[in-house]
Design a protein around this ligand. Structure first.
Ligand code: GLU
Length: 389
């Protein structure tokens, strides 16, 4: 069959592909050090699993409302009011199949042919593809390592045209680990309001912060920006629930209604009993999140120091999420070649920066255990020293 142009122009998800390859190699008995997908290595906390098991036992196994269980939407709205200073109610929330589907739905309901979506690079690889799948035009703005890979207000201003509709903000950032300061967020918010743009704020890493840096949700800056903000978030990263596929969007009611209509014809509701696990995640003690973040912080130190010690590699210090975004240009290799050779010769899986719009870089996820980190760093050093002249 001749495939539709809409899908032919889209690249496959390299994060998922490389992570799957690393898992398959492990299953074959190969000793792989995988720094590929951003997937916490911890089990989902017991109380969250128990809540989902209880929901199963209670027969929460039927279709639910397309927008999500009311109790979960109320709990999410409360979390956004209390933790993020965002004045949402249940009607402002849609529960989606991971944070990813919230973004996909948003692009589908808001972007029309020719609409421009401004995306700072390096970006999470699915943003531009989702824009293309909605017939929109991704407008990529390259940021600099010297500026910790953050877009400046001037860069945003220059990227705006009469066709600009949406700006994609992701702080803490995947793949760079950058975190925008409250002042930087406020400066971007001012431009968005002045120029009549919308902003989607992907806050999936909001809890994974280091060295006391603060996360400010852009919608909390002023009532004007709140009206133009869509929040995307989910449970995967904070609660180690990657396979559960529970995420959400928060936005003005008309947008949520449109996304719900779309979801009603695509995936319907998110797995009903999984949503009860998500309620428990938000309602229970957040100590489990703290514990995981403490472990990520230790790993970040070891990874960052390890990379600094390897000649020809460098990266800015990340302040959030669990990735290092490493400049490999001094090795003379481009990112795909680097990652292929690294996997083949040292069995270390990394994601080529080309997937994130930066071919001179690679991404390493340190959401993995310390022995893998130590062994992987040794292998990476050996690779750089022996395979790269
Ligand atoms: N978001 C994670 C990552 O970037 C998981 C894979 C994906 O959805 O892209 O590694």
């Amino acid at each position: 069959m001749k495939l539709a142009a809409r899908v032919s122009q889209v690249s496959p998800s390299l994060t998922l592909a490389i992570a799957a390859k690393a898992k398959a190699m492990k299953a074959e008995g190969i000793d792989v050090c995988s720094f590929s997908a951003g997937e916490p290595d911890f089990p989902t906390p017991e109380h969250i699993c128990s809540a989902a098991k209880k929901a199963l036992d209670e027969g929460k196994t039927k279709y639910g409302a397309a927008a999500g269980e009311l109790k979960l939407r109320e709990t999410i709205a409360k979390k956004l009011r209390v933790n993020n200073n965002l004045d949402y109610q249940a009607e402002n929330i849609i529960v989606t199949n991971g944070g990813k589907q919230s973004l996909f739905n948003l692009m589908q309901v808001s972007i029309e042919y020719g609409d421009e979506v401004i995306i700072p690079a390096p970006y999470w690889l699915s943003y531009p593809e989702m824009v293309k799948l909605a017939d929109g035009k991704p407008v990529i703005v390259d940021t600099l390592a010297e500026n910790n890979y953050k877009i400046t207000p001037q860069q945003l201003k220059h990227a705006i045209t009469p066709k600009s509709k949406l700006f994609v903000l992701n702080s803490p950032s995947n793949p760079t680990g950058a975190v925008y300061t409250p002042e930087e967020i406020k400066a971007l918010a001012q431009i968005i309001v002045e120029r009549g743009l919308w902003v989607v704020s992907d806050e999936i890493y909001e809890n994974i912060l280091y060295d006391g840096v603060e996360h400010l949700s852009i919608g909390a800056v002023s009532p004007e920006i709140f009206e133009r903000t869509i929040i995307s978030n989910g449970f995967a990263k904070s609660y180690s629930m990657t396979g559960w596929r529970v995420g959400y969007a928060a936005a003005p009611v008309e947008l949520i209604q449109a996304m719900t209509k779309l979801q009603g014809h695509s995936t319907s509701n998110v797995c009903t009993f999984a949503q009860y696990g998500a309620i428990a995640a938000l309602e229970s003690s957040q100590a489990c999140v703290k514990e995981m973040v403490t472990a990520f912080a230790q790993r970040r130190e070891v990874m960052y120091r390890g990379i600094q010690a390897i000649p020809k590699l460098s990266c800015p210090k990340p302040y959030g999420a669990f990735y290092l975004f490493i400049d490999i240009s001094a090795t003379g290799l481009k990112s795909l070649d680097f990652c292929d050779r690294l996997l083949e010769s040292q069995q270390v899986a990394a994601i080529p920066g080309i997937a994130f719009g930066a071919d001179d870089c690679i991404r390493l996820s340190y959401a993995t255990d310390m022995p893998t980190i130590e062994k992987g760093l040794e292998r990476l050093e050996k690779f750089v020293k022996s395979h790269v002249s």
